[in-house]
Each structure stands twice: as structure tokens, then as C-alpha cells.
Design a protein around this ligand. Structure first.
Ligand SMILES: [Zn+2]
Length: 345
């Protein structure tokens, strides 16, 4: 359906509905359909192309990606926080690549930016839900461009589509009660540095940050699920808040019905995935998180992590699950509570 027809359809189908109970969930289901495999592919074919040079933090490809994201957020109708800039710019220092193979790594200092866009809430707008994905990747090494289609091109384009679904809902009169904050993080591959900067310099107070839904690698199928590909790994959902965990399961029960795999949902798991993406910087601050993840594959951190290997149907389903969970958390009467102690490292 064309965008125009889709919009027309929603206006007529849901004009008389009210924002509670069953109807609210039906409305939610319908707007999830704006998250679309075709659009995800369109965005990813830009960001994971050689022109974006592997999106390395501080480099030209990362800046190009930041501009693309800001432009797309604007098009969608997701505004910059405080109506000023989509960019949270700062300086980062990290150990650079050992390009000459001398065994020494020099300290690199760069200017870089997180890209932040919001859909402002209504009566509970002071409270925010952060949905995030890192848009940086490994750059170019020698003649190899590390396009990172899955890591984390997949999460980055999911972010754009989820923002679009919330924007369309708001335009039709079904905006979220709490504010949704979309953050495309830089510096993740250098050690979760973009999210580290954000939690020390938050755009919205951390006390008002209800949860973080972080999407990092959601476009592939791992070995363990080759036969039944309808899955996503859920990590961290029950570590701080029983309610967040329950809402994610409810969202999945209502729509999507993916197999939620909790295999890695264990801080003691030897892979330590719970500590390995941007959500951890929120969890550290006692903010409930969910990390959505497809598991590792043979192309992980290799120049073969390319777009033609992405399963866009599964990417669409996983992105929709994040949207539905965010919708339920955003529209609940009461803010979800933190009722558990953080796991010790
Ligand atoms: Zn990643």
C-alpha cells in the first residue's frame, strides 16, 4: 500500500476508537504495520553501502550517516530534543587502530555525535522511554569496507521505522502518553562510548528515564535457529523490572508471536552479552533495559557482514516487537517499577 493510502486507511479505520484497553491494543497493532521490510531495506541499502565507509567513529562515513539519520528523522516528523539539534556532539578518546602493525596503539581523539530524535508524549511527557541502536561500525581496514549491515545497521534502520510508526500514530491522534526518545549511538565499537557519554550528559534526566530498549543486531539468523527462524534473543528484561519483562511478553503475545529465546539472559553467561552493548550503561544506572539480539554469526565483525545476508522479514518482526513493547510501556497508567536488585558483575 502506498503511504498515502495507508494513512487514509488508518484515519478511517480508527477515528472512532478510544485509547483504552482492547481498542488501544488494536490501534497499536495497526500502527506497527508502518514498520515495513521494504522501507528497512531502503534505509539499510544507504547506510550499509560502501559510500558510508563502515561508519567508523569520528570518520567521514560516521558523519555522513549522522546527517542521513537526522534528515530521515526530520522527514518522518520526529523532532530534535528541545527543537534545537539532532546532534549531541562531543569529543572522544580511544585507542586507535594499529595500522602499521607495530604492536603499539596510539590514542585517537575525535569529535563525534549521538543522533537524538523524539516523539513527545502527552499527559506524562516528562517521563521518557529511550529506544536505541548504535550506528557506528568498524570503518575501512586496508581495502576492506566493514559495512556492518547487521552490526548495527539493522538496529539503526529499525530505529527509523519505529520512529515513523510512532509519528504516524501521533498524527492520527494516538500519540504516546510518555515521550519516546530515539538515540542512534556513536562510539559503541570503541567501547560503548556514545552511550557512556549520554548517561553522564543525559538530554532527559535519568530519574525520568523509564527504560531503555536497545537493538543491536536483529537482521540475521544464527546457527541455533536455522530450522525455526522466528525468534529473537531477549537479554536483561527481567533483571531490574518484573513489569518490563511482562510487558515485552504481552506485546509479543498480542502481535508477532516470536520465539523469545532467553538463553543469553544471564549475567554469568560466558559470552557476557548483557555487558556488551549500549543498554548496559543504562542498566548500570538502575534503569530497566531490554537488549534485542539475533546472536552471533560467521560474519560478525568481518567485512562480509553485508546487506544481501539480511533477513528483512525477521528484521521487520523484531522491530515491530520493540515498537509494541515501547507502546505498552509508554501508555500504561503507572510507570513500571524497579523491583529487583541489579546483578553483581
Ligand atoms: Zn553492535
Amino acid at each position: 500500500m502506498s503511504l498515502f493510502l495507508r494513512r487514509l486507511f488508518f484515519v478511517f479505520a480508527f477515528l472512532p476508537a478510544f485509547l483504552n484497553g482492547q481498542e488501544n491494543q488494536e490501534v497499536m497493532g495497526s500502527f506497527g504495520k508502518f514498520i515495513d521490510a521494504g522501507d528497512l531495506k531502503k534505509h539499510l541499502s544507504v547506510l550499509a553501502s560502501d559510500k558510508y565507509e563502515g561508519r567508523e567513529t569520528g570518520k567521514r562515513g560516521q558523519k555522513r550517516s549522522a546527517r542521513y539519520l537526522a534528515k530521515e528523522f526530520k522527514k518522518i516528523g520526529a523532532s530534535p530534543p528541545g527543537d534545537t539539534s539532532y546532534f549531541q556532539t562531543f569529543e572522544l578518546s580511544f585507542k586507535g587502530h594499529d595500522t602499521k602493525d607495530t604492536g603499539k596503539k596510539s590514542i585517537t581523539k575525535v569529535k563525534t555525535e549521538n543522533v537524538i530524535a523524539i516523539i513527545e508524549g502527552s499527559d506524562l511527557k516528562e517521563e521518557v522511554i529511550v529506544i536505541s541502536a548504535h550506528y557506528d561500525h568498524l570503518g575501512v581496514k586496508g581495502k576492506k569496507v566493514y559495512n556492518g549491515a547487521d552490526d548495527d545497521g539493522s538496529g539503526t534502520v529499525a530505529l527509523l521505522e519505529i520512529a515513523q510508526a510512532f509519528a504516524e500514530a501521533k498524527r492520527a491522534g494516538y500519540g504516546p502518553r510518555r515521550t519516546i526518545v530515539f538515540i542512534a549511538f556513536t562510539g559503541e565499537e570503541k567501547g560503548l562510548l556514545g552511550s557512556k557519554f549520554y548517561v553522564s550528559n543525559p538530554t532527559y534526566p535519568l530519574e525520568k528515564t523509564v527504560c531503555n530498549l536497545n537493538i543491536d543486531m536483529v537482521g540475521r539468523i544464527d546457527k541455533a535457529h536455522e530450522k525455526d527462524t522466528n525468534y529473537v534473543y531477549i537479554i536483561g528484561s527481567d533483571m531490574l523490572s518484573t513489569q518490563l519483562h511482562a510487558l515485552n511478553e504481552k506485546a509479543n503475545e498480542l502481535y508477532g508471536k516470536l520465539g523469545l529465546d532467553y538463553k543469553y539472559n544471564d549475567p554469568k553467561d560466558k559470552n557476557r552479552f548483557y555487558y556488551r552493548s549500549d543498554h548496559y550503561n543504562f542498566a548500570k544506572n538502575n534503569i530497566p533495559v531490554i537488549f534485542y539480539f539475533n546472536g552471533v554469526h560467521e560474519d560478525y565483525h568481518r567485512d562480509t557482514d553485508e546487506i544481501h545476508k539480511i533477513n528483512f522479514w525477521m528484521l521487520e518482526k523484531r522491530a515491530r516487537l520493540v515498537f509494541y513493547t515501547a507502546w505498552l510501556v509508554a501508555n500504561q497508567e503507572k510507570r513500571i517499577t524497579v523491583d529487583k536488585k541489579p546483578p553483581s558483575r
